[in-house]
Design a protein around this ligand. Structure first.
Ligand code: UT7
Length: 330
């Protein structure tokens, strides 16, 4: 459908049942609830059980999104799973496994890795294929099992992240509502500020890589923090301008849920009061590519987003990458 607009017609989320509190972390590493909460805003996060994986979380979130939209799996043209903790190291893609489990037999499927910015990138790809008339119905899922990539003896990272999945169904619709703009960016010079050293072509898995704990996330928190407080609001401002709007028009800002200090700083830079900002990082920690779709889903379900509202999303993460999007809710 040429000239149509991609609108979000369904949403869903899936979170493991197991809650890991700051008090429990105090028994695992040298940390405290006070340190974690004051530096990050996090109180607890969800951790995948032995039978839960990126795939199982993604399927559940995707199923819910289809149900919310009242759309059959057979009508899905494309499935994009945004993740950097996929079901398998190389192939098959998590998206192909999800496609099969949902019975979306007409759909193409691929994984997209833009780390914590992944969901915004996924939205942009869905929008592009819908606007080009290539697809009508695209399922975009952000899903991560960060717990499998964490060194549970490294207090500088293990307290920050959590597991989960969020999904949105995008469908072509009339021009009056939908995705108004997307902005994407990357600066690979900061690649090693947030990365997993081994398991790729530079350092394939070996006895030494395992012994050296090289398959876990390493992060320079201070540098990522400095990057985040400039990149995320800059992308948000650009997305709002590209949509032909101003910050006063934004009804709800849904930032990547990494840290309340980063969220408060971004909101202040954008001139947004906290009533117009959605925060759930206290309950889930940083779920990377899943954080924005989980938050979007909770915002809709709790009535924070209603028809006609203008919603601003922004994310940042490893790569380094960043992105922002503006949605006119239908
Ligand atoms: O999706 C993107 C993902 N990444 C991010 O969003 C991370 C962005 N960065 C941050 O959010 C912050 O930098 C952190 C929350 C990671 C750290 O906060 P900070 O205020 O930058 O702390 P710091 O790294 O400067 O560490 C301060 C102190 C250090 O001790 P010394 O050297 O001052 O004695 C750390 O060793 O806090 C220590 N520390 C901890 N103490 C208790 C580091 N982690 C912990 C911990 N518990 N879990």
């Amino acid at each position: 459908m040429l000239g149509s607009r991609a609108r979000i017609s369904g949403w869903g989320k899936s979170l493991p049942e197991r809650v890991l509190t700051n008090a429990e972390l105090e028994k695992m590493v040298e940390t405290s609830d006070d340190w974690i909460h004051s530096r990050t805003g996090i109180r607890e996060r969800r951790i995948a059980g032995p039978n839960e994986t990126t795939f199982t979380l993604a399927v559940e979130a995707g199923r819910q999104a289809l149900r919310a939209a009242g759309t059959a799996a057979l009508d899905v043209d494309l499935i994009i799973v945004c993740t950097f903790s996929p079901e398998f190291g190389g192939m098959p893609s998590t998206a192909s496994l999800v496609q099969h489990a949902l019975g979306a037999t007409r759909a193409g499927a691929f994984d997209l890795n833009a780390a914590c910015s992944g969901f915004i990138y996924g939205l942009a790809m869905a929008q592009a294929t819908i606007n080009a008339g290539m697809n009508d119905t695209v399922l975009v899922i952000g899903a991560e099992t960060m717990s499998r990539l964490l060194d549970w003896s490294d207090r500088s990272t293990c307290v920050l992240f959590g597991d989960g999945a969020g999904a949105t169904l995008l469908q072509s619709g009339p021009e009056s509502a939908g995705l108004l703009s997307c902005v994407l960016g990357s600066d690979g010079s900061g690649g090693e500020l947030l990365y997993v050293p081994a398991g790729g072509s530079r350092h394939p898995a070996s006895l030494q890589s395992v012994e050296g704990a090289q398959h876990f996330i390493r992060m320079n928190g201070k540098e990522v923090y400095k990057f985040a407080i400039t990149a995320a609001p800059r992308a948000a401002l650009e997305a709002v301008a590209r949509a032909g709007l101003s910050m006063e028009d934004v009804d709800l800002f849904i930032p990547h849920q990494a840290n309340t200090r980063i969220i408060h700083s971004a909101a202040a830079s954008l001139g947004l009061t906290l009533e117009r900002v959605f925060i759930n990082v206290d309950r889930y920690g940083n779920t990377s590519a899943a954080s924005i779709p989980i938050a979007l889903c909770e915002a809709v379900e709790s009535g924070r987003i209603g028809p006609g509202d203008t919603v601003l999303l922004s994310g940042f993460g490893g790569g380094l990458t960043w992105g922002a999007a503006v949605i006119q809710w239908g």
